[in-house]
Design a protein around this ligand. Structure first.
Ligand code: ZN
Ligand code: ZN
Length: 150
């Protein structure tokens, strides 16, 4: 089992590699914002990231965080996720995965479903248009929320 810190280091390495290969300048602010995205497993909003990163970089503005996250998205380093509250959240996990959404606490967790990924979509979809991403969202109450009710 790998340590969480190793995982972060690995993701930061690949972040730097992608930046270099795509000609995106690696600045301290960008590095810190990306690190916060990685360390927040809850598919954070821009405001969430701003509040976290502000603890390390007290002079950073919300506007800078917005712009930086927009740049990350443009360069394919993260992906937008819209699930609840119409809030735009961001996902640094670019591998094929799906989402479990707790309708009570709003936590979004990743899960993997290789069987689904291999399934062919129904024929009617080809008449509708082209598929970019097959993605499953499961809504429910997470176990820590359901425990609170007891
Ligand atoms: Zn919950
Ligand atoms: Zn995800």
């Amino acid at each position: 089992m790998k340590k969480a810190s190793d995982h972060v280091a690995e993701l930061m390495d690949s972040f730097e590699k992608v930046c270099k290969s795509k000609g995106l300048r690696i600045t301290h602010q960008r590095t810190e914002i990306f690190r916060m995205l990685i360390q927040n497993p809850n598919h954070p909003t821009t405001e969430d990231i701003f509040n976290q990163v502000r603890k390390h970089l007290s002079t950073i503005s919300l506007d800078t965080v917005y712009r930086t996250i927009g740049t990350f998205e443009e360069y394919g380093l993260i992906r937008k996720v819209h699930h609840i509250d119409n809030a735009t959240r961001f996902d640094h996990n670019l591998s094929i995965h799906h989402h479990l959404v707790c309708t009570q606490c709003g936590k979004i967790e990743d899960f993997y479903w290789p069987y689904f990924d291999r399934m062919k979509p129904p024929k009617s979809i080809s008449r509708w248009g082209e598929i970019d991403l097959k993605h499953v969202v499961i809504d429910g109450i997470c176990s820590s929320c359901s425990k609170k009710d007891i």
